[in-house]
Design a protein around this ligand. Sequence first.
Ligand code: UD1
Ligand code: CA
Length: 475
Amino acid sequence: MTENKLAIIVLAAGQGTRMKSRLPKVLHPISGRPLVGHVLTTASRLGADHIEVVVRHERDQVVEVISAQYPDATIVDQDEIPGTGRAVEVALDAIPDFDGDVLILSGDCPLADAVTLTAFVEEHRSTGAAATLMTAVVEDPTGYGRVIRDAEGDVDRIVEQKDASADEAAVHEINAGMYVFRAQALREHLPTVGVANAQGEKYLTDVPGLLRGAGDRVAASVVSDVTVTYGVNDRVQLAEVGRLLNARIVRHWQREGVTVVDPTTTWIDDDAKLAPDVTILPNTHIVGATVIESGAVVGPDTSLVDCEVGADAVVRRSEATLAVIGAGATVGPFSYLRAGTILGAAGKIGAYVETKNAQIGDGSKVPHLSYVGDATVGRGVNLGASTITANYDDVNKHRTEIGDEVHTGSHTVLVAPVKLGAGAKTGAGAVVRKDVPAGALAMSVAPQRNIEGWVEKNRAGTGAADAAAREQSAE
Ligand code: UD1
Ligand code: CA
């Protein structure tokens, strides 16, 4: 049945002038995805036969993102004729044989979810109208097209704000910019839409009035939750819409069993996955494709970008990117895990530690003030406070290999490339430039020499000399 065919047209050709940005409006990200990406993710869930995105402004930048991330969407280029009506017209011209229903969405309206849109399409189909508009009754209709109804309360036409009379402008029912049309209705009327209006554009919003004039019915679906209609035209709206979307994502995970202590300061990207009984403490950002397993506690004041956090791990006041934190491991406070960090089960990265491209074995500890980069660390290792891998010689990066059960003394410098065999130890302050065999103790610091009476002789009259004299006379 052709009636059940669905094409989705996403409008993304506009300029987005009010963003005042080098980045095209529809590419501004919220919840880890560009605005148009949210619309396309939702569109892909509706089982449509075609998804088309209409582009023009900064076309190459927009197309690059869409073809890389949403290969199912077809790109359609709008020509120099401006307006939403022209955008839909070129999209329909690209699918000349299609004659089902056309769902029209805006690339700058990311809050319309799949449940709302599925119900919207169903409603259109059940009424048999030629077109169904999504509308909302709002306190402040400024900037939107107004929905003008006739004496019977049926939709008569849409008037853009800039073309509205005072009476029309006083209407609080607005056009949300999402529609379902029968393809045939658009093909028939769009060619007759002109540009004789305040903006000199071919308005899609002229079509409902033309349909009425031809005796067709136009239905309206009034949404109860106006937030699904919110669009982004400037940076203020970008933040508002971003906060609403984040609140929705946080609520979703709370309902899945995640404890979120402070939803207003917790930011979770759309692609992240959290298991039941995860706890998120305030001021925490869960970014990208981060996955957190059951029982883990993350935060406060923590950012995880594309990380994996194992069951029952604890990550406090730290930042990590492309890191894997093993089950039962602990991280922080105040540490920085860079790409390629893999911390084994029950391992520890403590306070003020930076790691990069470092595989740290199960049960191994890097407790304080260390840098571990380009290193392989075995199991049960303890790197003493302030152990540093000197991995860079100004030209190349080199690896450090540390065997199982190695313990380094405080302030050890491991000058890579270097290898410490299993069970080896280093003395405090050792500078290790040569490989250490398994079970050996590496010392590089000269034996200590005490010069008796040095302070009395060289610093007479100071507090130190007085204190030394007092201690000596007491002995
Ligand atoms: C549009 C509607 C208005 C509605 C509002 C809801 C028209 C004429 N007006 O106004 O009734 O209340 O949305 O948010 O449709 N676009 C193109 N090609 C163009 C122009 C725009 O693809 O030539 C795209 C834009 O990128 C955007 C969408 O269409 O995604 C809407 O355009 P915009 O300029 O934001 O329209 P509004 O003034 O918001
Ligand atoms: Ca808009």
